[in-house]
Ligand binder design. Structure first.
Ligand SMILES: Cc1cc2nc3c(=O)[nH]c(=O)nc-3n(C[C@H](O)[C@H](O)[C@H](O)COP(=O)(O)O)c2cc1C
Length: 191
C-alpha cells in the first residue's frame, strides 16, 4: 500500500476515500481494499486521518501536487458527498492555490468521481424516483474541476447497492481498479 506520508514513493493517482464508517461499509470498503491490495495508487482515508475534522491543509495540498489524477470516492449522501469531503474541498482548494490569481496548482490534473448509491440507476433519470441523472447531480464537482482547470472524467457508479450480489461486487472491484488507472471500465461508468 502506498503511504500518504511518503510522497516520494507515491503513485500518480490519489484516491480520497470519504466514508464516515468505512469499517461497517460494504461497497466502499471493498472498493478501497481492492486498490490497497493492488498497491499502485495512494489511498487516503479521510475520516480516519482526520477524526477531529481539522485538516493539515499544507499536507493535503502537497499530496495533491504529487499526483496527476485525483479520485474522490464516497457513498452518495443526500445527492452529494459526505460532509467531510465537502469541508476538505472548502479548505484545501484555496483561493490563490486552486483558483483565482496564481491559483493553478490543480490545473491539468484529472478528476474522477466514484460513488455508491442506494437508488438504482433507473431511478436517476427524468421522471424516475430521483428525477435527475448522476451527471446532473454531480455538476458541482464537474464545475469545480472546470474552475480549477482539472479534467473531469465520467464517474464510476455502483448503484442500487442492495441488489448488488457478492459476485457482482467482486466484478465492480476489479472494474474499479481499471477505472482508477485511467482506462475505461466495463461496469460502473454510467453517468
Ligand atoms: C445520510 C445518508 C444519505 C443518503 N443519501 C442517499 C442519496 O441521496 N441517494 C442514494 O441513492 N442513496 C443515499 N444513501 C444510501 C447510501 O448511498 C448507501 O448506503 C451507500 O452508498 C452504501 O455504501 P457502503 O456500503 O460503502 O456504506 C444515503 C445514506 C445515508 C446514510
Amino acid at each position: 500500500m502506498s503511504n500518504i506520508f511518503n510522497l516520494s514513493d507515491s503513485a500518480a493517482t490519489l484516491v480520497i476515500v470519504a466514508h464516515p464508517d468505512l469499517e461497517n461499509s460494504r461497497i466502499n470498503k471493498r472498493l478501497a481494499a481492492e486498490l490497497e491490495r493492488r498497491g499502485n495508487v495512494t489511498v487516503h482515508r479521510l475520516y480516519e486521518t482526520y477524526p477531529n475534522e481539522i485538516f493539515d491543509v499544507a499536507r493535503e495540498q502537497a499530496l495533491l501536487t504529487a499526483h496527476d489524477r485525483v479520485v474522490l470516492q464516497f457513498p452518495f449522501f443526500w445527492y452529494s458527498s459526505p460532509s467531510l469531503l465537502k469541508k476538505w474541498m472548502d479548505v484545501v482548494f484555496e483561493f490563490g492555490w486552486a483558483h483565482g490569481k496564481d491559483g493553478d496548482k490543480l490545473k491539468g490534473k484529472e478528476l474522477l468521481i466514484a460513488i455508491s448509491t442506494g437508488g438504482a440507476q433507473s431511478m436517476y433519470q427524468a421522471g424516475g424516483f430521483h428525477n435527475y441523472s448522476f451527471s446532473e447531480l454531480l455538476r458541482p464537482f464537474q464545475q469545480s474541476a472546470n474552475l480549477t482547470g482539472m479534467i473531469y472524467r465520467p464517474p464510476f457508479v455502483v448503484s442500487g447497492i442492495r441488489e448488488v450480489s457478492d459476485e457482482q461486487l467482486e466484478k465492480y472491484a476489479a472494474d474499479y481498479a481499471v477505472y482508477v488507472e485511467g482506462r475505461p471500465a466495463v461496469s460502473g461508468t454510467k453517468g
